[in-house]
Structures are given as structure tokens and as C-alpha cells.
Design a binder for this molecule. Structure first.
Ligand code: A3P
Length: 289
């Protein structure tokens, strides 16, 4: 059994995988210069990051499929904090799109003063936890999650990638970004993707035709993305990500937690999250039980 130090590094209190992050990549992120027409999708891990890597280029270009058919998701809409950014940043054409798992206060200095727009994607934390549990089983660069019970404790205590879910949500709810930020939920996207795409497109000043919206929705469906080799991680060697253990495009639904949580686990999870949310000025968009 390897110790977590072999898998993870600490960055300003956050646990990050060494496979994809380094002190150089984090320095590069910190010094990164945002442009006013950049767009960044912010997600806690497993809230719909890869989905946004498919959606953003298509919304920005009006539905031209070239980027999703020719560029792997990690180079198409790179993570701000990962090693890959420095390698491919010069190839990105404006308007550029990024993803990040950073909490608000870890964003680079240039971000706060730029006019870059932000889309914060929230997902029910119970489904995030289930998705993450399976992801830790298939990704060889992440520590074995242990039992579901053990992983739940780690999740609730924030001893997981990018820290506590509640801290992440709170940080992005208390910003000075005004109309530079929009909030959307994974659940809304599952329920009505064309409506979510209209919302995103209006926010980005794109006003796409209904035909373009329908085309983008079709190519960003779970089924299409699962079959897209530029997005389904089939380009990654199986020793790093093994779809036989659990596919990256696993279920793509809201409410899979109901198939995993016992009533005791549900009670414990709900009480911890509710306690963390006490006194907050915003409420969560889902009921937690
Ligand atoms: P599940 O494991 O619940 O299926 P991230 O990209 O942030 O790592 O999140 C991964 C989760 O998003 C997985 O959830 C994955 O199936 C889901 N997902 C990705 N693309 C999706 C799509 N087009 N529709 C619905 N869910 C999608």
C-alpha cells in the first residue's frame, strides 16, 4: 500500500494529484494573465468539468464541431492549475476557455481585475461523492478510496482533492464578480440541456440560433460524449485510467446516490452538510434528503 504522499501534494492546504499538478504548474497558474474575453468554468471535481470542456468551445464558436473532434479535452479547454497548460497555452485561440477546480481565493491575481467570465457548475454533493468514489477506483494516480463509509468520512472532513465541497461552494458564492459570474447546476443540465445551453450562450453574449443550440445539445449528450474519443479518456493508457474498473462516463444521471447511501449514511451526510451551511446567505438548490 502506497502512502498518500506518493500520490498527492499539498498546495495552500489543498490536496492535489502529483500526476497532473506540480509546484511549477501552480506557479504558472498563479502568474497566469487572464484576458477580458476568456471564459472559465469552475467546478468542484466530479461536478461536470469534462461536460463544460465539450460545451464551451461549441457555444463560443456557434457549433463548429472541429475542436471537439480534433483536440483532446485537456488541451481544448485546459485546467488552469495543471501541468498541461504551460505546454499548450500558446496554441489557444481567443476567446479562450479554461476549467479550474480552484476555490475563489486561489485564482491568479490577473483574474480578479480582468473581465473574464465565470460559469460555476454545482452538483448535488451526494452524487459528487459517489462519482468520485468510482473515479478513485479507476484512476491509478489517485489513492484507493477504501470502503464507501471510509471515503464518505474523508469527503465530509475535506481530506479529498481540492478540499471540502462546502468550502468550495461558499468561496464562489461570496465573490465580488457581480455579473461576471453565472451559476448553473449539473441537475439543470441533465434535465434540460438545450435550456442550459441557451442560458450559457446568452451569458456569453452569443445568442445562438435554435438550430445551433439543438446541434450542440446533441453533441454534448452523455451518449455522444461517451463515444467521443477526444473526450472519453480512451487516449489515456489503461494503466492510468482503467475503464474496465469504472468508465469515466459512468452513469451521467442525477440521484445515483440513492443506489449507494444507507439511511445511516444519508443522515450523517445531511447533518454534516447542513451544519456547514448554517448561517449562509444562500441556500442549496437541492434538498439534501
Ligand atoms: P457520474 O460518475 O455520476 O456518471 P467531472 O467531469 O467533473 O470529472 O465529472 C464527471 C461526472 O460528470 C461523471 O458523473 C460523468 O458521467 C458526468 N458527465 C460527463 N459528461 C456528461 C454528460 N454529457 N451528461 C451527463 N453527465 C455527464
Amino acid at each position: 500500500m502506497m502512502s498518500s504522499g506518493e500520490f498527492y501534494m499539498l498546495h495552500r492546504g489543498l490536496v492535489l494529484p502529483k500526476e497532473t499538478h506540480s509546484s511549477e504548474s501552480l506557479k504558472f497558474a498563479q502568474e497566469f494573465t487572464f484576458k477580458d474575453d476568456d471564459v472559465v468554468a469552475v467546478t468542484y471535481p466530479k461536478a461536470g468539468t469534462i461536460w463544460m470542456q465539450e460545451i464551451l468551445p461549441l457555444v463560443l464558436n456557434g457549433g463548429d464541431l472541429t475542436p471537439i473532434q480534433t483536440i483532446p479535452n485537456w488541451d481544448r479547454v485546459p485546467w488552469l492549475e495543471e501541468k498541461r497548460l504551460a505546454v499548450i497555452v500558446d496554441q489557444l485561440a481567443s476567446p479562450r476557455a479554461f476549467v479550474t477546480h480552484f476555490p475563489y481565493h486561489l485564482m491568479p491575481t490577473s483574474f480578479y481585475t480582468s473581465k473574464a467570465k465565470v460559469i460555476y457548475v454545482m452538483r448535488n454533493p451526494k452524487d459528487i461523492m459517489v462519482s468520485s468514489y468510482y473515479f478513485h477506483q479507476m484512476a491509478a494516480f489517485l489513492e484507493d478510496p477504501g470502503t464507501f463509509d471510509e471515503f464518505m468520512e474523508k469527503f465530509l472532513e475535506g481530506r479529498v482533492l481540492f478540499g471540502k465541497w462546502t468550502d468550495h461552494v461558499k468561496s464562489w458564492r461570496h465573490t465580488e464578480l457581480g455579473d461576471r459570474i453565472m451559476y448553473i447546476t449539473y441537475e439543470d443540465m441533465v434535465q434540460d440541456l438545450p435550456a442550459a445551453l441557451r442560458h450559457i450562450s446568452n451569458f456569453l453574449g452569443r445568442n445562438l440560433s435554435e438550430e445551433a443550440i439543438q446541434k450542440i445539445a446533441e453533441h454534448c449528450s452523455f451518449k455522444s460524449m461517451k463515444a467521443n474519443n477526444m473526450s472519453n479518456f480512451s487516449l489515456v493508457p489503461k494503466v492510468y485510467m482503467d475503464p474496465n474498473k469504472s468508465p469515466f462516463f459512468r452513469k451521467g444521471i442525477a440521484g445515483d446516490w440513492k443506489n449507494h447511501f444507507s439511511s445511516e449514511q444519508l443522515a450523517r451526510f445531511t447533518s454534516v452538510i447542513c451544519k456547514e451551511m448554517e448561517g449562509e446567505s444562500f441556500s442549496l438548490p437541492w434538498s439534501l434528503d
